[in-house]
Design a protein around this ligand. Sequence first.
Ligand SMILES: C[S@@+](CC[C@H](N)C(=O)[O-])C[C@H]1O[C@@H](n2cnc3c(N)ncnc32)[C@H](O)[C@@H]1O
Length: 203
Amino acid sequence: MFKEFFKNVIKPKENFGGRFMVKGMNVGHEKLASWGRSFLNIEKDHNILDLGCGGGRNIEYFLTKSNKVYGMDYSKTSVEIARKLNREAIKRGRCKIIEGDVSSLPFEDNSFDIVTAFETIYFWKELEKTFKEIHRVLKKRGQFLICNEGAYRDHKNIKKWADMLEFEVYDPDYLKGLLEEIGFSCEYHFDNKEHIAFISIKK
Ligand SMILES: C[S@@+](CC[C@H](N)C(=O)[O-])C[C@H]1O[C@@H](n2cnc3c(N)ncnc32)[C@H](O)[C@@H]1O
């Protein structure tokens, strides 16, 4: 039952546990996300896309900085809660939240200035294909931020979860190499808790 509940981090279910998890992540991830967001240069006219958006807290923040923000998630529950949180901006046409898998992005080439992924790439089944999609939809010099609590699989905060829920924690140099092969320049940064933020720029 414990494991079943925590599986909601991978794809929140359409039940009480799923909704509880999504709302909890909006609060519990905020400190990490706020550190990660500090690596972005955001301007009012930037188009922003948050992938694996969960309950939409990052979308809510981005809407205070930019006029147009999109979100995407393959969990109906995440999409429903993110839409509710950002309903005013959706009504005004400043925000759109789409249900779907990030490996296939329903957007035109060169349409975003910023793409972000908070606490989600561990679960992406088609990592390389998805990075290529992100590269495609970003404008030249566009920014791609990955922000994760776990930098290494053996990190004390993440190992027990990665073992129990069987997800991937990619080695930072592997990720950097993959992003560079695809056509990004990439740097990664740690905070004092070994959280990691990758900031990649489309060349
Ligand atoms: C741990 S939650 C993080 C949510 C949010 N980014 C945050 O930081 O609070 C992971 C989210 O990524 C979504 N997700 C995982 N893999 C996905 C995929 N392949 N396509 C779309 N969404 C995905 C899950 O449904 C879930 O809402």
